[in-house]
Ligand binder design. Sequence first.
Ligand SMILES: C[S@@+](CC[C@H](N)C(=O)[O-])C[C@H]1O[C@@H](n2cnc3c(N)ncnc32)[C@H](O)[C@@H]1O
Length: 283
Amino acid sequence: MNYRHAFHAGNFADVFKHAILVGLLEALKTKQTPFCYFDTHAGAGRYDLRGEEARKTREHEAGVVRLLHATRLPGALHIYLNLVRALNNSSGHHDPAIYPGSPLLASLLLRESDRAVLCEKQPEEAAKLKALLAHDARIGVHARDGYSALAALLPPKERRGLVLIDPPFEAQEEEFRAIEAALLQALARWPTGTYAIWYPIKLRHQPQRFQRWFALQKIPKVLCAELLLHPDNSTLRLNGCGMVIVNAPWKFDRQLEELLPSLREHMAQGRFGETRVEWLTAD
Ligand SMILES: C[S@@+](CC[C@H](N)C(=O)[O-])C[C@H]1O[C@@H](n2cnc3c(N)ncnc32)[C@H](O)[C@@H]1O
């Protein structure tokens, strides 16, 4: 495992993922009953944008920094950006010094009665995550494989909640197969949970087999969102990314249709830019 998220924190893919994550957590909060948030690939939780890794790639400059400087953004982005701003108030600098990972964002949105289960397999990242969040009684940090944790820990006692699956995709096709296997087990144990699965796009057609898999397995209510910022023939590692959401909240497609064009507009790196919101399966 060589992947270190610190090189990519706050890039366009993180903004896409985290803006959707915040929307999903806010949707859960529209009901008073407690929920549980699972993060199978949690990372370190917080990233230093002035650190060596971020300074090397500067990916956040074309991601979260662009949005923090933007005006006329849709309401769906305000909560996410305000959380980033709040974390950076004390830095005294114009551009953010800290970028929150998915566990930190979730911890800031959970209510007193909600809970989070965070899994991170890489020991150094897990130690950082523990130092950041393990003091919080609502949060359990597990230094373990996130896929096997799903089979072991689902369903949560709350019977409501969200699972974020955000792997490093070091081996692209194999990672999709690992997600499918874990999802089948998870859905058998907890069919009503919401599952959000992030994936990278290098070539436009690459995720299609994974997308078709949901219909083949007859998994209902699956929404898919994609943001592409570079054409297939670009030499970049990442041309876009997507999120598949199983048991998406009511009208979440409309929220995404408002959100994605704005992300494309503000984070475009050339003339190219495409977004897509589509139901892969119906009710
Ligand atoms: C893309 S990063 C996660 C970023 C995080 N979800 C966020 O949004 O801030 C993927 C993380 O998964 C970890 N990882 C890789 N394989 C894992 C596995 N099988 N189980 C749990 N964590 C894993 C990596 O060490 C890395 O920290």
